[in-house]
Design a protein around this ligand. Structure first.
Ligand SMILES: [Zn+2]
Length: 390
């Protein structure tokens, strides 16, 4: 059956602005025309004066719908993708957390096997390895007993297991062997990101020169202005702000980052250098109040309170329970960032960082028909992945 339909009567969100009464023609899974008249005899989808946006691309997400990418079952991997898809995410980068090498390899193999045959839900673009090379002082909710130092042999082994599907790898640059880490990432075309780091601005800047080019959940588990042995230093945050080429990601759940901090980041970096992420754990898209961060067997017990996952002693947030629609409402409705800029941070910039800007991330002729229709209050009405209604 031919995949051909026309979405009309919507406010179409393009990178440069919002077009009232716009339309999208979809043919064979691709966007065939924008703001055209409806061709004769074509199925019409009425956006009912709501918003028509490019599908969201979440480059940092662990779980949802009660499942986690590290549960080692294909069914659980699909549950995460289907859950986030229902809230407008049409593509994602599957995130693993700090764990043993054996578990990491098993998780990668399981996610890879879903990637090879996936037909439903948010499309897995590749892998994001969050750890295990972090500083114990900035570990957040990452399990301290699995933190370690990288070796070239070890990195190359994991990269081989993943068959070229690692998009990003996070590490703390103040640890030993980090110049080598950045070099291996460069050799393999992997985005090299600073995360869970206790580094001051001098070490952070050194890391940028080695090839680190992104900051994972900026502000969270990052350093700022602080004293070391009686001397004042700047931190990851200031070092990032003065390097315009460095990209960042912000957890958009409205809990991890208060309004002024997100507005400041947007003002300094601009929408083309920021991805909004969920960093969601398995309780996203559920009403669970007690949950597990990381693998179901052996993960960390967390509680969900005030709309965010937290360690039981409330010492750290332990991932969000957000979906990307909530991130959009937070940034646009509550924090007041213009819709087209929020859309860029939810779709276009993450597409670029994931290497799929040529086919995803914006409503442009020739790109995949990954489209979200939202109502006037920004709740999801319909989601299309490559032209297929989900
Ligand atoms: Zn994470």
């Amino acid at each position: 059956m031919k995949n051909l339909f026309w979405i009309g009567n919507g406010k179409v969100v393009l990178p440069q602005g919002v077009v009232q009464g716009g339309s999208i023609l979809v043919e064979n899974g691709k966007i065939a025309a924008i703001n055209s008249n409806c061709p004769k005899g074509v199925e019409v989808i009425d956006a009912q004066e709501g918003y028509v946006l490019p599908g969201f691309i979440d480059i940092h997400v662990h779980g949802g719908g009660g499942s986690d990418f590290m549960d080692l079952s294909e069914k659980d991997v699909c549950t995460v993708c289907n859950t986030h898809c229902a809230y407008g995410t049409t593509a994602l980068v599957a995130t693993t957390m700090t764990c043993s090498d054996d578990l990491l390899e098993d998780a990668i193999s399981c996610i890879r096997s879903v990637m090879k045959k996936q037909t439903l839900g948010a499309q897995i673009l590749g892998l994001h390895l969050e750890g295990p090379y972090f500083a114990a002082t900035s570990k957040g909710a990452q399990p301290v007993k699995e933190l370690r130092i990288p070796t070239r042999e070890n990195l190359e082994h994991i990269i081989r297991v993943a068959e070229g599907s690692i998009i990003r790898w996070d590490a703390a640059p103040e640890l030993p062997n980090m110049q080598m880490f950045a070099q291996v990432m460069k050799e393999n075309g992997i985005l090299c990101s600073i995360a869970h780091s206790g580094a001051n601005a001098t070490i952070t800047t050194q890391a940028f020169d080695w090839g680190f080019s992104h900051i994972t959940h900026f502000y969270n588990a990052c350093t700022t202005f602080h004293k070391e042995n009686g001397i004042v230093h700047s931190g990851n945050i200031e070092a990032t702000y003065i390097r315009p080429e460095i990209t960042i990601e912000l957890i958009g759940d409205g809990r991890h980052i208060p309004m002024e901090s997100m507005l400041l980041a947007k003002q300094i970096k601009g929408a083309d250098k920021i991805c909004i992420i969920t960093d969601a754990m398995r309780a996203a898209g559920t009403s669970e109040t007690v949950s597990i961060l990381g693998p179901r067997n052996g993960g960390t017990k967390v509680v969900v309170k005030d709309n965010v996952a937290q360690l039981p002693d409330f010492s750290f947030y332990a991932g969000s329970i957000a979906t990307m629609d909530r991130c959009l409402r937070t940034a646009h409705v509550y924090y007041g960032i213009p819709l087209n800029e929020v859309s860029r941070m939810l779709s276009l910039t993450p597409a670029r960082l994931s290497g799929v800007e040529h086919c995803k991330g914006s409503l442009e002729v020739g790109k995949d028909a990954d489209i979200v229709i939202m109502d006037k209050d920004f709740y999801v009405q319909k989601v299309f992945v490559q032209g297929i209604l989900h």
